[in-house]
Design a protein. Structure first.
Length: 276
């Protein structure tokens, strides 16, 4: 490098350092932010109408929402889809995913789900697919470039452990992966961080959920009051390359008639860890 080029390089680095020194704290914080967004699975607000649920999500501070069919039906027509998508955009939110959806060997029925997702601009569908559905799903994820994320439902479910999901997807298209419900994995006796590491490269969704005990029959609790360490989870997601457009969703299923205070507390715990 010539002396002139060296002086120019040093000058540019010095200018960058000076700029960073005078940058507002909020701007510096934004630079260090995780690439993925913090969202909510709207099943947490299932007793509310869609307009109210979306407003609550915005008021809490979430950046994205994950829908379920009870609030955004799979058989919605284009006008209905445009209305829901419009409400989401008006609030400055994004749709991270939709589910949990069932899939079978019926390719025509599966195709309708993918067509709905494409019309709504949804990139990830969390799913509970039948074992005989994978031939159809392999073809559809390629055609639509939409991801399928297998959702676990605890000890009595066919996708109980993280290894059950890995075995199901190992010979299939890379767009078929996992939606790790960390609460249900806790019920299955698995450490959430270990699960994230196991599913590296095929993890497209996460449900932030906590339970009091690592057993089948237990009580859902505020994040951090059971076995979920949000900071460790976010660090693991970052290190394993969880995608920027992955669905990271708080899901709080307790107290459905009046969940607002509890969800607000969960959000505070998650956001504190997110910003740490």
């Amino acid at each position: 490098m010539t002396s002139i080029l060296r002086r120019d390089a040093v000058k540019m680095l010095s200018m960058g350092a000076v700029a960073a020194a005078f940058m507002p704290r909020s701007s510096l914080a934004n630079l260090a932010k995780y690439r993925f967004k913090l969202g909510i699975q709207l099943y947490s607000l299932r007793e509310f109408k869609v307009e109210q649920a979306l407003q609550h999500a915005k008021d809490f501070g979430f950046e994205s929402v994950e829908f379920y069919s009870g609030m955004f039906p799979l058989d919605s027509n284009q006008e209905q889809i445009d209305k829901v998508v419009g409400m989401v955009k008006k609030l400055g939110l994004t749709i991270s995913a939709h589910g949990v959806n069932g899939f079978s060997k019926n390719d025509a029925a599966n195709r309708k789900v993918f067509e709905f997702a494409k019309k709504a601009g949804i990139k990830t569908m969390s799913a509970d697919p039948d074992p005989d559905s994978f031939e159809s799903l392999d073809s559809l994820v390629k055609e639509f470039d939409i991801r399928i994320a297998i959702h676990n439902h605890g000890p009595t479910h066919r996708y109980n452990k993280a290894l059950d999901v890995l075995k199901a997807i190992e010979k299939h298209d890379v767009r078929i992966g996992a939606c790790a419900d960390l609460g249900h994995y806790i019920r299955s006796g698995e450490n959430p961080v270990d699960v994230i590491r196991l599913l590296k490269g095929r993890l497209y969704g996460v449900h932030l959920k906590d339970f009091a005990e690592m057993k089948d029959q237990t009580k859902g609790v505020i994040l951090g009051k059971g076995h979920l360490d949000c900071l460790s989870v976010f660090e693991a997601l970052d290190k394993t390359g969880f995608p920027a457009d992955g669905a990271l969703s708080l899901e709080y299923e307790e107290n459905p008639k009046d969940p607002i205070a509890d969800i607000r507390e969960c959000y505070k715990v998650a956001k504190t860890a997110y910003d740490a």
